[in-house]
Design a protein around this ligand. Structure first.
Ligand code: AHR
Length: 495
C-alpha cells in the first residue's frame, strides 16, 4: 500500500522556528581543538578558526550554537578563557578528564559565531559555581561599559556588548555524572536565584532551566515538576536531551527513535503545563531540545575510562545512511512540534558525535547526517502544516507498530516542502493529498539514500553519500506522488 500524507493549508502547527536548526560546540574531545579551532591549520584565519569548518557550518544552515558545554560547563571558570591568550591558565577539565588550555574561550567563540552567522546560546556553570559567577559573566558579555566586568571586556578589545540573548542555567544538573550535580529542590532554588540576578543585569535575556538528562532518568517528570515549581515565573524554556543508540536493542526500534522523541516532547510539555495550572499561570514555556543526536552510547566506556589529554579522540562516531534517516526523522519530529519546541541543538557540531568531521592538519568532510540537517534547514520555510500520516506499519520491540513513514511539511508563499523518511527496507510509494493547496507547476525530489544502508563518508571517500535528485515524482490533480527509496530521507518540493 502507498503511504498517504494529507495536508491542508487551514491546519497548521505554526511558523517554522529557525532556532530548531541549532547545534552545539562543547570543549569536549576534538570539537573545539582541531575541530572549529586549529591555529596553524592551512585553512585557519588569524584567530585560528578553521575556515573549512566555518564554511561547512554555514552550508549546513546552522542557526544557533550552544556553548561551552555540556558536562564541561559544570566545572568551567569562564574568566580563564578571556583576555590575552598567553596569560590563560591550563586547567583540569573534570567532565572529560581533559587538559584544557583555554586557548579558546568566549571571545574566540563569539568571533566564530559571527563568522558563521549563528546566534550564540550560552550556558553558565551551576555545578561548581553559582549566582555570582553567572551574573559576572552576563555583565561581561552584555553590559555596555563603565563597570568592573564590562570594562574588562572593553579592555579585551570588545567595545560593543555581545548582546547574548539565550542562556542555559547549567547543564544536566540531575545527572550523577555532573560535577556539582543537584537534587531537584537544590537546583530549582539555584535556578530561580540565578535567573533573578541575571534578569536584573539584562531584562531582555531568555532563560533555559535544566530538565532531565534523558527520559530514562528515574526522576524524569518529577524533576521538571519540582524545578519548575521553583523557577517557572523566571524562565522561558525547559530543556530536554536525548541520544538514540544504533547498537543497543533492536534495529527497528532504533529506526523508530523519533517515536521516543515525540513522547518525550509531549511529556515535558504536559509536565510544564501542569505546573502552570498549579501556579495559576497562563504563561507557557517552550521546550529547548538542546542536545539530541544518534550516539552509540552503550559503546562509550564512561568518563572514568578517559585519561588526561588535550583534545583526545572521544566518541568520534561514524554515521551511516541509516543514521541519516533517523536524524531526518528527528528533525521531522521537531518541525511537527514547532509550536512548543522553541530551540533545538544537534549535539555536537564537529568530530564529537558530529555531522562535520576533521583531521588535525587535514581535511574536513560531511558525515551522512550532515545532509538531512542541511536539506531541512534550507527548505523548511514559512509555516509548518499539520501532517496527517496513514502508512503501513512495522513492528518494533520498544514502541509496538510504528508507521514506516515519518513526514512533515512546510508552506511558504505557495512553495510546499515535504520532508519524508522511509524507515522501511523496501521502496515506499507516497501519495500526498494536497487539499486546498495552490496547484503546483514544478516538482522536485531529493533523497539521501544508498543501496548499502551501512554506507558512510570517510576521509578517503568523503562524498560516498550525498543528496541526489530522484526522477519520477508527479502531480496528478490534488495528489502528489513520489517513491521513497528504502531507508531514506527525502525532500519533495512543489511550487
Ligand atoms: O554531548 C555530549 C554530552 O552528553 C554532554 O556533555 C552532556 O550534556 C550529555 O550527557
Amino acid at each position: 500500500d502507498p503511504a498517504k500524507l494529507t495536508l491542508d493549508p487551514a491546519f497548521e502547527v505554526g511558523p517554522v522556528e529557525r532556532r530548531l536548526f541549532g547545534s552545539f560546540v562543547e570543549h569536549m574531545g576534538r570539537c573545539v581543538y582541531t575541530g572549529v579551532f586549529e591555529p596553524g591549520h592551512e585553512s585557519a584565519d588569524d584567530d585560528g578558526l578553521r575556515r573549512d569548518v566555518i564554511e561547512l557550518a554555514r552550508e549546513m544552515g546552522v542557526t544557533a550554537v550552544r556553548y561551552p558545554g555540556g558536562n564541561f560547563v559544570s566545572n568551567y571558570e569562564w574568566e580563564d578563557g578571556v583576555g590575552p591568550a598567553s596569560e590563560r591558565p591550563t586547567r583540569l577539565d573534570l567532565a572529560w578528564r581533559q587538559i584544557e588550555t583555554n586557548a579558546f574561550g568566549l571571545g574566540e567563540f563569539m568571533s566564530w559565531a559571527g563568522e558563521v552567522g549563528v546566534e550564540p546560546v550560552m550556558a553558565v556553570n551551576l555545578g561548581t559555581r553559582g549566582v555570582r559567577e553567572a551574573r559576572d559573566l552576563l555583565e561581561y558579555a552584555n553590559y555596555p561599559g563603565g563597570t568592573r566586568w564590562s570594562d574588562l571586556r572593553v579592555k579585551h578589545g570588545v567595545r560593543e556588548p555581545y548582546g547574548i540573548r539565550v542562556w542555559c542555567l547549567g547543564n544536566e544538573m540531575d545527572g550523577p555524572w555532573q560535577i556539582g550535580g543537584k537534587t531537584a529542590e537544590e537546583y530549582g532554588r539555584l535556578a530561580l536565584e540565578t535567573a533573578k540576578a541575571m534578569r536584573r543585569v539584562d531584562p531582555d535575556i531568555e532563560l533555559v532551566a535544566c530538565g532531565s538528562s534523558n527520559p530514562r532518568m528515574p526522576t524524569f517528570g518529577s524533576w521538571e515538576a519540582t524545578v519548575l515549581e521553583h523557577c517557572y515565573h523566571e524562565v522561558d524554556y525547559i530543556s530536554t536531551h536525548a541520544y538514540y543508540d544504533a547498537v543497543a536493542g533492536d534495529r527497528a526500534s532504533y529506526l523508530a527513535s523519533a517515536v521516543e522523541m515525540e513522547r518525550q516532547i509531549e511529556d515535558v510539555i504536559a509536565t510544564a503545563d501542569h505546573v502552570a495550572a498549579k501556579l495559576g499561570s497562563r504563561k507557557r514555556l517552550k521546550v529547548s531540545f538542546d542536545e539530541w543526536n544518534v550516539w552509540s552510547q552503550s559503546l562509550f566506556g564512561g568518563e572514568s575510562g578517559l585519561d588526561w589529554a588535550h583534545a583526545p579522540r572521544i566518541i568520534e562516531e561514524e554515521y551511516d545512511v541509516a543514521a541519516a534517516a533517523v536524524v531526518g526523522s528527528l528533525l521531522i519530529t521537531l518541525l511537527n512540534h514547532a509550536d512548543r519546541v522553541g530551540l533545538a541543538c544537534q549535539a555536537q557540531l564537529a568530530n564529537v558525535i558530529a555531522p562535520i568531521r576533521t583531521e588535525p592538519g587535514g581535511p574536513a568532510w560531511r558525515q551522512t547526517i550532515f545532509h538531512p540537517f542541511a536539506l531541512t534547514a534550507a527548505n523548511a520555510r514559512g509555516r509548518v502544516l499539520r501532517a496527517q500520516v496513514t502508512a503501513p506499519s512495522m513492528p518494533t520491540e520498544k514502541y509496538g507498530e510504528v508507521p514506516v513513514l515519518a513526514a512533515a511539511a512546510t508552506l511558504d508563499e505557495g512553495e510546499l516542502s515535504v520532508f519524508a523518511v522511509n524507515r522501511g527496507e523496501t521502496s515506499l510509494p507516497l501519495a500526498v493529498d494536497l487539499r486546498g493547496l495552490p496547484r503546483a507547476g514544478t516538482i522536485s525530489h531529493v533523497t539521501v539514500a544508498d543501496a548499502d544502508p551501512a554506507a558512510r563518508n570517510t576521509e578517503r571517500e568523503p562524498r560516498r553519500v550525498e543528496p541526489r535528485a530522484v526522477q519520477g515524482a508527479t502531480i496528478d490533480g490534488d495528489r502528489l506522488n513520489a517513491v521513497l527509496p528504502p531507508l531514506s530521507f527525502n525532500v519533495v518540493k512543489a511550487s
